[in-house]
Write a protein that binds this ligand. Sequence first.
Ligand SMILES: Cc1ncc(COP(=O)(O)O)c(C=O)c1O
Length: 435
Amino acid sequence: MTPILNRRALMAGAMTTGLAGTLVSASARAASPPPMLTARAEIRPDDTDYWARVAAQFDVTREVAQLENGNWGSMARPVEQAYQRHLHKVNADNSYYARRRLWGDLAPVRARAAALLGVAPEEIAFTRGATEALQTLIAGYNRLQPGDQVLYSDLDYDSTQAAFRWLKQRRGTDLVTIAMPEPATYQSLIDTYAAALDAHPKVRLILLTHVGHRTGLVMPVKEIIALARSRGVDVILDSAHAWGQLDFRLDEIGSDFTGLTCQKWIGAPMGVGIVHIRRERLDAIDPNMSEVGNSDHGTASRVHTGTPNYAGYLALNDALDFHDAIGTPAKEARLRHLRDLWAENLRDHRGLEILTPGDKRLTCALTSFRLQGRTSVEDNKVLAAALLDRFGIFTVHREGLASGACVRVTPAIFTAEADVKHLVSALRIMAEANL
Ligand SMILES: Cc1ncc(COP(=O)(O)O)c(C=O)c1O
C-alpha cells in the first residue's frame, strides 16, 4: 500500500486543484509536489469554492436534489476507483493474495482506524456494518441475569431495539423503554436517563444511539455513559451515524462497547463496519461461538464474519485518505451549516415542526420535520413523495418516534447550497398550503 502520508498529500493536491483525478494521475503530479489543502482550521463551512471542489470529487445523480444521504454515503471518486482496483486484485490473485498478504495489508488499516477512534488496534475488529457490530455486542454481553432490566429509547435503531427485545428470550431480561423529550435540551436528555435509572434500579444495560437515524438528534453520550457507569450500568453505544460526521474519540467519551459503520460518513464501500470493545471490558462479551480457542485475546475473538468483502476492508484506507484530507471538524461544520441553512431558516414557520433543536451540540447533518400536526405515517409518506414529484427533492419518511412520523433531510459534503435553498422554497409552499 502507498504510505499514508504520501497518499494524503496526493489527495490534498487532487482536492485543491479541483481535478477529478484518479490516484494514478495524482501520483503523476506528485513529481512536483501538489499544492497542499488548506489547513483544516481554515476551511470555512460556507466557503463555496472549496466545497464545490469537494463536490467535484463525487459522481452523484443530478436527476434529483439528493437530500437523503443517511442510508449510506456515496464514495468519493478516488475511493471508488481504489475500491475497484482492490476488487480486481482480490479477484485476480484470489487466495494466493488472501492467504499470504491480506492480513498484513489490513493490519495498518485497522491501526489507522483505531488511532482515529482513540483506541488500541486490538480493541476493534472489522464487521460487515454497524448491525453486525451491535448484534455481536448485544448477543455476547454476558453480565445479565434473569429479572435484570435493559433499556432503550424511541430514537434507537429499529433492528437494534429488536435485538434488545430478543434479550428476554436469551437472558430472561425485562425491557424498559423511554421516549426522548421533545423539544429536547442537552440537560433534559441527560435528566431523562437519570430519571429512568432512578425509576428502574434493575436496569443493567442501556442501548444508546449517538446520532439518531429518525430525527438526527445528537445525544450527550459522554454524560449519559458517565451517569450510567456511576450506577454500575453498562452502555452499548450505536455510533453508526456518528463516525465521520462528528469529531469525537471513543476514549474521550468513555465508551466501552461501540458499533460503528464506515459506509455512512467515513465514505468507505458498503459492507465495512467496526466493533469496539474497551480492553478492560473484553470479559463482558463472550468469545464468538466460532472463535472459541482463538489465541487472539482482543476484540477480533468476539466476532466472526466468515469471508467478507476484503476489497471493501482494503478500501477503508483510501476512504480515510479522503476523509483526512478534509478532516472531521471541517466536515462536521459543513454538514451543520447545510442543515442550519434549511432547518434554522424555517424554525419559526408556524406551518412546520422542526424536530431537532437549534443547539449545535445536539445536531449535525440529519434533521427531520413534519407539517404542523401531521403525525401519521401516511401523511409523511405523502409529504416525501410530493417533495420528489413536485420539486425533484429526494428525502425519506421516518416512523417509530413517540411523537409521530416525520420526513428526514440529510445533506452530504457534496450537497450544493442551491439544493438546500430549493428545499426551503418547497417547504414554504407546502407548509402554507397546509395552514
Ligand atoms: C442508528 C443506526 N444504527 C445502526 C445502523 C445499521 O448500520 P449498518 O447499515 O452499517 O449495519 C443504522 C443504519 O442506518 C443506523 O442508522
